[in-house]
Ligand binder design. Structure first.
Ligand SMILES: [Ca+2]
Ligand SMILES: [Ca+2]
Length: 212
């Protein structure tokens, strides 16, 4: 996307583990470079506390704050958070957090059509990491979040513990969403999640998990 309106697409770069802050906390950084000159347009540091990241997810997004510049989604699965950042200067517009910091919320991201029809595209977020519930390991979770403010609109759980349900997510047009569960039954499985009736824009369908 073109963030500085010079007619040339720009480049967003995610850099996990870019150093340690004065507080001793780990930090990661997002950079925006001009696609025309390669010059740095802005950078934004994120304080991750004692959490180190192995990866980050970046998605260009529509203009959330109405300043005429597209914005940026940043998923940090190891810290369980997703940030929406201004494409103008990288400032944080909203933060969404998963059920627990170790759930991997943000390890997978996909921009979806505007499911709740509030005028802003929405987001599918994977939280695939197994968490000990006290009696068993969780299978992973996928959340449909409002693109406007990060609120969870709907969520789905995988089948068995350690399935890593939500390892990969994508929208599939009017059919719903595709979710990868890469260790299910030692072979992996892809699920099609149909849209909930309350959000459906086509023929009504139930919010059930369909195995494919
Ligand atoms: Ca904007
Ligand atoms: Ca929406």
């Amino acid at each position: 996307m073109d963030f500085d309106a010079d007619g040339c697409a720009d480049v967003v770069v995610a850099a996990p583990n870019t150093g340690v802050l004065n507080s001793g906390d780990f930090k990661s950084t997002v950079y925006l470079y001009s696609g025309r000159t390669g010059g740095l347009l802005w950078s934004r540091e994120f304080n991750l506390g004692n959490c180190q990241l192995s990866s980050m997810k970046i998605k260009s997004f529509q203009d959330l704050d109405g300043d005429g510049i597209p914005d940026v989604l940043v998923g940090m699965g190891m810290s369980g958070r997703v940030f929406a950042c201004s494409g103008r200067d990288g400032s944080v517009l909203w933060t969404a957090a998963g059920p627990t910091g170790s759930s991997g919320f943000g390890a997978a991201l996909s921009v979806t059509p505007d499911v709740d029809r509030d005028g802003v595209s929405d987001i599918l977020v994977g939280a695939p990491f197994p968490v000990w519930s006290g009696t068993s390991w969780t299978p992973g979770k996928v959340c449909l979040c409002s693109g406007r403010n990060g609120t969870v609109l709907q969520s789905w759980d995988g089948e068995n513990g350690y399935d890593y349900f939500g390892w990969a997510v994508s929208h599939a047009g009017k059919r719903g969403f595709l979710v990868g569960s890469h260790t299910h039954d030692s072979k992996g499985r892809v699920y099609l999640l149909s849209l909930p009736r309350m959000f459906s824009v086509g023929p009504a369908v139930e919010a059930t998990v369909v195995k494919e």
